[in-house]
Design a protein around this ligand. Structure first.
Ligand SMILES: *[C@@H]1O[C@H](CO)[C@@H](O)[C@H](O)[C@H]1NC(C)=O
Ligand SMILES: *[C@@H]1O[C@H](CO)[C@@H](O)[C@H](O)[C@H]1NC(C)=O
Ligand SMILES: *[C@@H]1O[C@H](CO)[C@@H](O)[C@H](O)[C@H]1NC(C)=O
Ligand SMILES: *[C@@H]1O[C@H](CO)[C@@H](O)[C@H](O)[C@H]1NC(C)=O
Length: 557
């Protein structure tokens, strides 16, 4: 008996060792990106957009687990630029995470080469620009990580794999919107919704289809909300969507008529062409708003005869529906993830919590200007990126660690007075931490944590107390990188902070992040060794106070 146990428990370890040896030969994928402005009319009026190699949205990055990705970005805009690869964990490598707290921006007229590995990940992701509110002009695109051939995937190979980027959209330029924000005002409601850069028009028979399907075949659609402000509902006329993947994890395969896709979230679904051969509309429409905005796009059967019906399926109403849908998402415990061992072999529910951090979001004005805050502090970016200040051992000149408390006052009125400062929490390497997001506002908020995926163990109405842990899902919460928090509700996530680096936590509502509702989590290297973190890349752009400082001694193996 004892022997068998040993054999079984060492099997995953052996497999890991084999894969780590193979890692030395992991293939490289090279991309050159020319980033420019262009003029397009996604809502019918010409406006400035961002093109990557002439494309809007940007090109899809089609990668496979453990590939090394090399993207040489030529910034031909008139302002600084950074891209983030949302959900890509950048293990030991926050140097490439592309947020203003981790990297100096790529100056106009220059280029920078991102180098990172999509290590031990599978699934659906996307990238976007993080500087200067540029996302309002596009610059985003899909990023998929395919499973390696030797890893079983819990569904048959689809006929094709389609990326569907949905998001709300403004007619104003990113500069005009930024000016409004800099003046301390909200940018208000968007003007429309786009699906892959197009709004679509119901009943326009000349409109070209976005996708085609062969009758009887099954397709994978990866749906991501790349918008600025709104949760969207996504649905396809006459077709069910079988959910197979959610933000990098295989799920229990339930079927849905429609999905609420909150800001920054990605779903992988299977759709079978099993209806009458004709055209069908896919619809993305705003949720939880008094106004109605939508985009449509056509799917055409290759043997199709006839246009799509103009009767679009209705979106659900209210956010309770959305909460119930969230609760139906379950991790498939027996499916393999990026490695052959089952996802469920990581028993997150049995690990003791070492620290609990509650993050309460508020909004108020400071000197007459709108600001959004976390635990009473509104984040400001610093000229010297936080990560570089820390690496050069000059953190004390740039920011203070733990300048917000773990346990803000229960009475949110006490958080009314907002102060401005860079927010940096200091987490100990490998601690298992519980983060509570508490939303006292009337709108749904969505939060992203860079560098990790986490277990969203509960979303509930009201305020959090330690007794709520009784109701956590400690078995099959889907490991993911984004979490929504409904109005007057809270959400709890659990994870091990085992990735050294400086990691951004942000509200995916870009207006709120821009006006301060974000922070950084520093997981410092305990020993400055390469086992835990890579050295700063040779080509790193330097700026602020570290520009002329001597380079720190490199990490040792
Ligand atoms: C994406 O990559 C996979 C694996 O290399 C390949 O089979 C597939 O054809 C690629 N798809 C596209 C659209 O390039
Ligand atoms: C800029 O691009 C050139 C190739 O055109 C490359 O050799 C160089 O390394 C790039 N610079 C950076 C900082 O990545
Ligand atoms: C979970 O994944 C396994 C493959 O390991 C598959 O056979 C099974 O059908 C999946 N279960 C559900 C409920 O989707
Ligand atoms: C968790 O904490 C309990 C109570 O303090 C202790 O008995 C148990 O051994 C701990 N478990 C682990 C895995 O450390």
């Amino acid at each position: 008996m004892g022997k068998i146990a040993i054999i079984f428990s060492s099997l995953p370890f052996l497999l890991c060792t084999i894969l780590m040896v193979a890692q030395a030969e992991d293939p490289y994928l090279y991309f050159d990106w020319k980033v420019t402005y262009g003029t397009l009319s996604p809502l019918g009026v010409p406006q400035q957009v961002i093109l990557i190699n002439g494309q809007f949205p940007g090109p899809n990055l089609n990668t496979t687990t453990n590939n090394n990705i090399v993207v040489n970005v030529f910034n031909q805009l008139d302002e600084p630029l950074l891209f983030t690869w949302a959900g890509i964990q950048q293990r030991k490598n926050s140097w490439q995470d592309g947020t203003p707290g981790t990297m100096c921006p790529i100056q106009p007229g220059t280029n920078y080469t991102y180098r990172f590995q999509v290590k031990d990940q599978i699934g659906s992701y996307y990238y976007y620009p993080t500087t200067g509110f540029l996302k309002a002009a596009g610059g985003y695109g899909g990023l998929r990580v395919n499973s390696r051939l030797l890893i079983p995937v819990p569904y048959a190979d689809p006929e094709d794999d389609y990326t569907v980027l949905i998001g709300d959209w403004y007619k104003q330029s990113h500069k005009a919107l930024r000016k409004t924000l800099d003046q301390g005002k909200s940018i208000g409601r968007p003007d429309g919704v786009l699906i892959n850069g197009k709004q679509g028009k119901v009943g326009d028979e000349k409109e070209e289809p976005l996708f085609t399907m062969k009758p009887g075949k099954t397709y994978k659609y990866r749906i991501c909300n790349v918008g600025l402000k709104n949760s969207l509902n996504f649905r396809i006329q006459g077709h069910k969507m079988k959910l197979v993947e959610l933000e990098g994890s295989h799920t229990v395969q339930n079927e849905y008529d429609s999905l609420d896709v909150h800001l920054g979230q990605c779903f992988g679904v299977l759709v079978t062409a099993n209806q009458d051969p004709k055209d069908y509309y896919m619809v993305a429409s705003v949720r939880f708003t008094k106004y109605h905005l939508q985009a449509t796009g056509k799917i055409r059967y290759t043997n199709g005869k006839g246009p799509a019906s103009n009767a679009l399926p209705e979106a659900p109403t209210g956010w309770v529906w959305s909460l119930n849908q969230f609760r139906s998402f379950r991790w498939n415990l027996t499916a393999s993830a990026a490695r052959p061992n089952p996802q469920g072999s990581f028993h997150y529910g049995q690990i003791n919590i070492t620290r609990t951090v509650k993050l309460v979001t508020t909004a108020n004005t400071v000197d007459g200007k709108l600001r959004y805050a976390v635990n009473g502090v509104s984040h400001i970016d610093t000229e010297t990126p936080l990560k570089l200040a820390e690496y050069y051992e000059a953190a004390d000149k740039v920011f203070k660690y733990d300048n917000i408390g773990d346990d803000p006052p229960a009475n949110v009125d006490q958080l009314d007075k907002i102060t401005l400062a860079p927010i940096v929490l200091n987490f100990k390497y490998r601690d298992f931490i519980e983060v509570i997001f508490e939303n006292h506002e009337k709108s749904v908020q969505t939060f992203h944590l860079a560098g990790y995926s986490f277990f969203p163990v509960a979303i509930e109405v009201g305020t959090w107390t330690p007794e709520k842990r009784k109701n956590y899902n400690l078995l099959d919460a889907v490991s993911k990188y984004n979490i929504q928090v409904y109005p007057k509700s809270w959400a709890a996530i659990l994870l091990t902070f085992d990735n050294v680096g400086m990691w951004n936590v942000r509200n995916e509502c870009m207006e709120r992040a821009y006006l301060g509702q974000q922070l950084y989590i520093s997981v410092p290297t305990p020993e400055r060794v390469l086992r835990d973190e890579y050295n700063i890349p040779d080509n790193a752009v330097l700026c602020g106070i570290v520009k002329d400082m001597p380079k720190p001694r490199p990490y040792t193996p």
